[in-house]
Design a protein around this ligand. Structure first.
Ligand code: NI
Length: 433
């Protein structure tokens, strides 16, 4: 019988990586998965969506990140957990595959795309693992139910929580990779922490990962770096502004298709999405290169809204923004909308309220999260304590993040000579007073 699960490469392969220095591959299965077309597609999807329009270095892809998550888990299993009585070596290949493939179902500019077309990357991850794909045929060679097991780990349904927690908990390989990677590529100075130290103090115990209390300060640094990265990078108001444009481009295209608008360049890649009859091959045919190609073509469309929104996106003419929470200031919000309409602005496509709690990011909130395991410390006397009970720093920022409300509008309105100067004055008052 073929022992594919344990097959090793004749020579170890290494990828040069700016975050982890090297990514090591010794297993034939991992090497074969990296070579599949579904995994290679991740090269054409950016890790941070529209963030490159603010931090120009942020061009890194989900491919880079996926290799990074794999490498962190490989170090945990091979260097830290190996030989420990609570670690079952038989889970090794499973968790390595799940780490590598955890973001496989992400599409181009996931957030806006999923919002407009109601798709779900987690659903497509499962489809790619279990459907007729190259990834599926590699996984099936390990064993008939191996693809299903990988899907269960990624979906947090696998019975051994220890395995699940390595890629989804409050301190997992996914987060440890993206924080460092996003910090590296955006060039910001926060986001760094001593991962080597954290890995060295991780202990498998009672079906979960505990952190030896001597490593608490390294974990505090990790939590602080998350806090900084969320506020400074992930919730950056200008990249959210680009996200708003993207959202409205897709919304406009969907509407035009519904109205039988005669596109100069037929959006054939979108047909399945318009009709909500999406086969896996339709989904896999999309990537950010395809979307941006359409946006470039659409700058020449007759429809003025579509062509303008696309030109704005391609040439980075983003909307301006102002802090308004429509629930707290309904009158100001309503007045702004009214004035914009008086100035001839189509508020369906040029006016948008966005709040950060809509974004798929969460924060360290002990007890408030059911989907992610909190961080537990292993005290010298063998006791187990939740992190925020021990750490003053973590306790003081836990659950403190505020929802940030922004309203986006076309700021060029003040330069438009055809807009009445009284309306401009009123707008100034509503926006900046
Ligand atoms: Ni990830």
């Amino acid at each position: 019988m073929e022992d594919y699960a344990n097959a090793k490469l004749v020579e170890e392969k290494v990828f040069k990586d700016p975050v982890h220095r090297y990514v090591h591959v010794r297993d034939q299965v991992i090497w074969d998965l990296i070579g599949t077309k579904e995994f290679q597609r991740l090269r054409r999807i950016r890790q941070l969506g529209t963030t490159y329009l603010v931090f120009h270095g942020a061009e890194h892809s989900r491919f880079n990140h996926s290799l990074g998550v794999y490498e962190i888990v490989r170090r945990i299993t091979d260097d830290v957990f190996r030989g420990r009585p609570e670690w079952d070596e038989k889970e090794r290949l499973l968790i390595l595959c799940a780490a590598l493939l955890h973001d496989l179902g992400h599409g181009p500019f996931s957030h806006a795309f999923e919002n407009v077309f109601q798709t779900d990357h987690e659903y497509f991850t499962r489809q790619i693992l279990l459907g007729e794909t190259e990834v599926n045929s590699v996984l099936k060679r390990v064993s008939e139910n191996f693809p299903e097991m990988v899907a269960q780990v990624i979906e947090k349904k696998y019975p051994n929580e220890l395995v699940v927690s390595l890629i989804s908990s409050q301190i997992d390989a996914d987060r440890m990779d993206y924080l460092q990677r996003d910090a590296y590529y955006t060039g910001v100075s926060y986001g760094h922490f001593d991962m080597e130290r954290i890995l060295r103090v991780m202990r498998p115990r009672n079906g979960q990962v505990l952190i030896k209390s001597s490593g608490m300060h390294a974990v505090e640094d990790y939590i602080m770096s998350r806090y900084q990265m969320y506020l400074q990078v992930y919730f950056h108001p200008v990249s959210r502004s680009a996200e708003v444009l993207l959202n409205n481009i897709l919304k406009r295209v969907k509407q035009l298709n519904k109205d039988n608008y005669p596109f100069i360049v037929e959006p054939i890649h979108f047909k399945a999405f318009f009709e909500n009859n999406i086969r896996l091959e339709d989904y896999l045919a999309l990537d950010e290169y395809i979307l941006l190609t359409y946006f470039q073509y659409w700058t020449k469309e007759q429809d003025l809204i579509l062509s303008d929104l696309c030109s704005r996106f391609m040439n980075r003419k983003l909307f301006g923004y102002v802090n308004i929470n429509p629930e707290e200031e309904p009158e100001r919000f309503g007045r702004l909308k009214e004035l914009l309409e008086m100035a001839g602005v189509n508020t369906e496509y040029y006016f948008y309220h966005d709040c950060t709690s809509d974004l798929p990011y969460d924060f360290y909130r002990p007890g408030k999260e059911t989907t992610r395991l909190p961080i537990f410390l292993l005290m010298p006397n063998g006791e187990v304590r939740e992190l925020s009970q021990e750490s003053l720093i973590v306790d003081s920022i836990a659950g403190r993040i505020k929802t940030d409300h922004k309203v986006y509008y076309p700021k060029e309105i003040f330069q438009n000579p055809s807009v009445d100067s009284e309306i401009k004055k009123e707008l100034q008052k509503v926006l900046f007073s």
